[in-house]
Design a protein around this ligand. Structure first.
Ligand SMILES: Nc1nc2c(ncn2[C@@H]2O[C@H](COP(=O)(O)OP(=O)(O)OP(=O)(O)O)[C@@H](O)[C@H]2O)c(=O)[nH]1
Length: 337
């Protein structure tokens, strides 16, 4: 059953059924539920306010709806796409009451998000080993924490993991990664601050290959304010990886801070211009009401969100589940039925 069908069941009063509901599954559902609390509350409040003054589906209503959606951080493109399909649907299905309109909005939001894909995003694996994952993103987005959390996850799944402190630009970044390495129990390849990040990456690649590590996670500096330097640095790192690992980095994951709302979308666009990003990680989703930005990212970028950070704990990095996300966003609106 696809995302759309599942959410649809919620419209008809049936629960969104997870198949199968395992203990592990329940924990994930709970994490998304809690992590989405702020975004859900803000989104529901805004939508309920819009519908409290609902009279009829006219141009004024569409203007107010667009304003509401944009203020809920779902982005300009997503807002226009939604209001366009809604206009057609209203005519076709002769939708009149506020409740009907609300349901059509949610239905279409799910459809636009899904774009025909229902499977969970995955991280590619380099079968010939090691799987090399490059983490990019500006300072302060939670990159180091994310690497630590992911290393913890991989290790718990029985993988050997090596970390590379490629952010030699910021002295604190190396120490911070070392602290995470100790906490998680995985080694960290480092060099002196201000040294060439490419040489750390080279050392780490060599060690990962010689000692047969399953995963090498590489931290990088995120100097977006100096795009040319950043581009050069990432190019150099990528060249070295490609020389050592056929096909180059297995994944390049861009870490974004969800609390920055539309800025996260802007950063994603800028990074996409500098390097070949294969997936996104949205951190601090639990600490923001701006989680609607994931919809904006989905609509405007062709890069999947692969993980979300739903808390500060070691096990709070979760594979992004669109179903849990959208259900977490609209749940209160549905339950108002
Ligand atoms: N609530 C919450 N806090 C998070 C999450 N991810 C990271 N943080 C916190 O965000 C803060 C910054 O994270 P760091 O990893 O230290 O980020 P940084 O070192 O400042 O910057 P970079 O590593 O360069 O991105 C830390 O206090 C983290 O605990 C998350 O998903 N939820």
């Amino acid at each position: 059953m696809g995302l759309f069908d599942r959410i649809k069941r919620a419209f008809t009063g049936e629960d969104v059924v997870q198949t199968p509901v395992t203990e592990e599954n329940k924990i994930v559902i709970d994490k998304f539920d809690k992590g989405m609390e702020k975004t859900r509350k803000s989104f529901s409040d805004k939508m309920n306010e819009l519908f409290a003054g609902f009279r009829e589906v006219d141009e004024d209503f569409f203007d107010d709806l667009e304003e509401t959606l944009i203020s809920a951080d779902v982005g300009f493109d997503m807002t226009l796409a939604l209001s366009d399909v809604l206009r057609d649907e209203v005519k076709m299905k002769n939708v009149r009451t506020g409740e009907q309109v609300k349901n059509v909005i949610i239905e279409k939001m799910v459809e636009i998000y899904e774009k025909g894909q229902t499977e969970l995003p995955t991280i590619k694996i380099n079968e010939d080993g090691p799987t090399v994952i490059l983490f990019v993103g500006v300072n302060g987005v939670g990159k180091t924490t994310t690497i630590g959390k992911y290393a913890y996850q991989l290790k718990n799944q029985g993988n050997s993991v090596l970390l590379a402190a490629g952010d030699t630009f910021r002295a604190g970044a190396i120490e911070q990664l070392e602290v995470w390495g100790q906490r998680v129990g995985v080694p960290v390849v480092t060099s002196d601050a201000k040294s060439d990040p490419a040489s750390v990456v080279y050392d780490a690649l060599k060690q990962a290959k010689e000692e047969n590590y399953d995963y090498l996670l590489i931290d990088t500096a995120g100097r977006l304010q100096n795009k040319v330097n950043l581009m050069k640095e990432l190019e150099k790192i990528n060249r070295i990886i490609a020389r050592e690992i056929p096909g180059g980095a297995t994944e390049t994951l861009l870490v974004l801070d969800a609390t920055t709302g539309q800025n996260a979308l802007i950063q994603a666009k800028q990074f996409k211009e500098t390097t070949d990003v294969t997936g996104l990680i949205l951190t601090k989703l639990d600490g923001t009401a701006k989680g609607g930005v994931i919809l904006a990212i989905r609509q405007e970028m062709d890069i999947p969100v692969k993980f979300v950070g739903l808390g500060e704990g070691l096990d709070d990095l979760q594979v992004f589940d669109p179903e849990q996300y959208i259900y977490g966003l609209v749940k209160d609106l549905l339950e108002k039925k």
